[in-house]
Design a protein around this ligand. Structure first.
Ligand SMILES: Nc1ncnc2c1ncn2[C@@H]1O[C@H](COP(=O)(O)OP(=O)(O)OP(=O)(O)O)[C@@H](O)[C@H]1O
Ligand SMILES: [Mg+2]
Length: 312
């Protein structure tokens, strides 16, 4: 992803934190490599030690708003099979920072476009999630309905803001009644009950295609929650649309691999599509610009196409 990184650098970590990390590694850090892009400010680096070992570190100040996500990632990481995610090697808290160390995977972001050499591996690993992560292996994660219900409700806010400013979103205006009917957090909560560990942020930049083997691993489990396995497939549909798939094609690819997708009430998927698209549209209009704003704009556009496909 060609974004300008806002990430912290290894030198930004307090000396005591770097000392604690190197004590835990049992060797001093001699090389630091930063991945491209990223939307968050925490540290994310591949480090090589004097003894030749390599590890991937993610770290943030515990005072930061997203610190709880790093703590969640550490709690979830312990229970993830290596077939779906890089292994969590350790997690430590020192001088009010949290540092998570993962198996370092040499690879690159997979290409989700139709016909890409990565696509089958990506879809297969999305299919493997239900099988590997049911029953939910982590006891401390909350229900996914909590996350999903916070996505809902943005269409009413967009309509109110549009009416207030005299601005018009003609796409939303011509679908106003149906969007209002479907933008329902309670239905999402009910339809998403289940006992699978769901990722909730499946996107190409939270995946790595391993160099050499092409094997796909899923990163960034900080939004992990307990719920129905169809939810991760639903999160992935707009990502596939953004990459060039038709809504029908994206749904069919996932349906072929995710049993829970085939069993879900179709209206629940429409409710999901409406909620997440409203979330992106609202946050694009009211959040930061830059790479994140541009991403939300593309995602909202994919979401509108998905809704049109589903609602006919
Ligand atoms: N175990 C790993 N091995 C190698 N590279 C990794 C590993 N984990 C993460 N990365 C790289 O670091 C990037 C950021 O990782 P991750 O998505 O987990 O962090 P984040 O701080 O939540 O960032 P973002 O806001 O981009 O989602 C990934 O896109 C990937 O390039
Ligand atoms: Mg990420």
């Amino acid at each position: 992803m060609n974004t300008v990184s806002v990430r912290a650098r290894w030198e930004d970590l307090p000396l005591e934190v770097r000392a604690a990390v190197q004590a835990r590694l049992g060797s001093s850090v001699v090389e630091v490599v930063y991945p491209e892009g990223g939307f968050t400010q925490g540290l994310a680096v591949r480090v090589t030690c004097a003894d030749g070992s390599e590890v991937f570190l993610k770290a943030v100040d515990l005072a930061a708003r997203m610190a709880s996500h790093y703590q969640a990632e550490a709690a979830v990481g312990k229970h993830l099979p290596t077939v779906v995610a890089p292994r969590l090697v350790w997690s430590l808290e020192a001088s009010s920072w949290i540092v998570n160390a993962f198996e370092s995977v040499r690879g690159r972001e997979p290409d989700l476009r139709p016909g890409s050499a990565d696509l089958n591996g990506v879809l297969d690993v999305v299919g493997v999630l239900e099988q590997e992560l049911t029953p939910c292996p982590v006891s401390g994660v909350g229900p996914v309905g909590e996350t999903l219900s916070s996505l809902a409700g943005h269409w009413a806010r967009l309509a109110a803001a549009g009416a207030g400013s005299g601005g018009q979103d003609s796409w939303a205006a011509s679908r106003r009644v149906r969007l209002a009917e479907l933008d329902d957090p309670d239905r999402l909560v009910k339809a998403s009950v289940g006992d699978t560990l769901v990722h909730c942020d499946l996107r190409a930049d939270n995946m790595l295609a391993e160099a050499g083997t092409g094997r796909i691993r899923i990163l960034d489990w900080s939004w992990g929650a307990r719920g129905a396995a169809w939810v991760d497939a639903a999160f992935f549909v707009p990502q596939l649309i953004t990459a060039g798939h038709s809504p029908a094609g994206a749904e069919a690819e996932l349906g072929a691999r995710v049993p829970a997708w085939r069993a879900v009430d179709p209206e629940a998927v429409s409710v999901f599509a409406v909620a997440i698209t409203g979330y992106w549209a609202w946050n694009q209009a009211n959040g930061p610009g830059g790479a994140l704003g541009a991403y939300r704009g593309r995602a909202a556009e994919a979401g509108r196409r998905w809704i049109d496909y589903r609602l006919g």
